[in-house]
Design a protein around this ligand. Structure first.
Ligand code: DGY
Length: 316
C-alpha cells in the first residue's frame, strides 16, 4: 500500500482507482490550495502526488519528494506547464497528465467562445440583465458571422482537430498552423499568413518557451480590425497588455478568453474591454470530463507504482 497525496478535493469518483488499488489517500481537511512551503513539506513522505494545474510543482517540491520516496506526480490536466519536467526527469520522478479525455469538452467551450465573442453575447446579456436594453434596434449588437468565416487554428493537436470538426458544421473554411506539417488540408506553414487570412483565430498550443506571447501586438495587427481571438489554451500564450490595448483601440474586433496570464488575476484593461467574453478557465469543466480526468491521473499513479508505463507519461 502506497501513500498518495491528493492536493485538492476531486470530482466524485475521481479517486476510485486509488481506492480500488488499496492505496492510502493523504488529503487534508477542506479544499484550500497548498502554498509552496506546504507542498515542499507535504511531499516528503508520499509515494505519489495527484495535483491540479494550480499547484506549482517546481524543482524544490520535486527535490523534497525525491529525498523521501516520491515516484510519480500526476496532473489532473492535459497541460503540465505547472510542473518542472526537466527537474522531474533528472530526479527520476515520473510525470503524467490527462490527454484525450477532455478534447471534445474543451472544443465545445472554444466554440462557445467563438460564437459568443463573434456575436457579442456577453455585452448583449449584460445589457439585458442591467436593464440597459430598451428594445430591438436594427443597428444594435452587430457582430460578425461565424458561419462560412475563415477559422485559423493555432496548434492542431487533438483539441484543435476537435474544434475543426465543429467548424465544418458551420460551413467554415479551416486553416491550421502547427510546428510540423500535419498533412491535413488547411495546413499553413506560416503563422503570419494564417493570422492575415483568418476571421477568427483560436489557440490550441501548449505553453512553453516557444509559445509564450506567441500572440502579441504585431500578430494582433496582422489579424486586423475585423478579427476575433479565442484562447482556451494557456493565458501567457497571449500578451494580455497588447490584447487589451487592441480591444480598446478597436484594432481587433473581439476576444473570447478562458485563460489568463496571471490567473486568477485578470488584466484590469481586459475587464472593461469592449467585445470581450471572459470565462474562468472552464474549458474541461463538465462533471463527466473532470471525473474522467481525475480517474486517468489516478490510474497513471497506480500503473507507475506497479512498475508499469502508463500511456499518459510525460517524462521519458
Ligand atoms: C488542462 O487540462 O490543461 C485544462 O486547462 C484544464 O481544463
Amino acid at each position: 500500500m502506497a501513500r498518495i497525496l491528493v492536493t485538492r478535493v476531486m470530482p466524485e469518483g475521481g479517486l476510485d482507482p486509488l481506492v480500488t488499488a488499496g492505496h492510502e489517500i493523504v488529503q487534508r481537511a477542506g479544499d484550500t490550495p497548498y502554498n509552496h512551503a506546504e507542498l515542499v513539506a507535504a511531499v516528503v513522505d508520499v509515494d505519489a502526488v495527484v495535483c491540479l494545474l494550480t499547484d506549482r510543482i517546481d524543482s524544490a517540491v520535486l527535490a523534497s519528494g525525491a529525498e523521501g520516496r516520491l515516484r510519480v506526480v500526476a496532473n489532473v490536466a492535459v497541460g503540465y506547464d505547472n510542473i518542472d519536467i526537466e527537474a522531474a526527469q533528472h530526479l527520476g520522478i515520473a510525470v503524467c497528465n490527462t490527454p484525450g479525455v477532455l478534447d471534445e469538452t474543451t472544443a465545445d467551450l472554444a466554440f462557445l467562445l467563438i460564437l459568443s465573442a463573434s456575436r457579442l453575447g456577453s455585452e448583449a446579456e449584460r445589457d439585458v440583465r442591467s436593464g440597459a436594453w430598451k428594445g430591438w434596434g436594427v443597428r444594435q449588437y452587430l457582430g460578425r458571422d461565424v458561419h462560412h468565416a475563415v477559422l485559423g487554428l493555432v496548434g492542431y493537436g487533438r483539441i484543435g482537430a476537435a474544434v475543426a470538426r465543429r467548424a465544418a458544421g458551420f460551413g467554415m473554411k479551416v486553416l491550421h498552423h502547427a510546428r510540423h506539417d500535419t498533412g491535413v488540408p488547411g495546413y499553413t506553414a506560416s503563422l503570419d499568413a494564417l493570422l492575415e487570412q483568418a476571421d477568427i483565430v483560436s489557440l490550441h498550443v501548449p505553453l512553453n518557451e516557444d509559445s509564450r506571447h506567441l500572440i502579441g501586438a504585431r500578430q494582433l495587427e496582422l489579424m486586423g480590425p475585423d478579427a476575433v481571438l479565442v484562447n482556451t489554451a494557456r493565458g501567457p500564450v497571449v500578451d494580455e497588455e497588447a490584447l487589451a490595448q487592441a480591444l480598446h483601440a478597436g484594432t481587433i474586433f473581439a476576444a473570447g478568453l478562458d485563460v489568463y496570464e496571471r490567473e486568477p488575476e485578470i488584466h484590469p484593461r481586459l475587464l472593461d474591454a469592449p467585445h470581450t467574453v471572459l470565462l474562468p478557465h472552464i474549458g474541461s469543466a463538465t462533471q463527466a470530463t473532470r471525473a474522467q480526468m481525475a480517474q486517468m491521473a489516478c490510474e497513471a499513479v497506480c500503473a507507475v507504482l506497479d512498475g508499469n508505463r502508463p500511456p499518459n507519461l510525460v517524462t521519458s
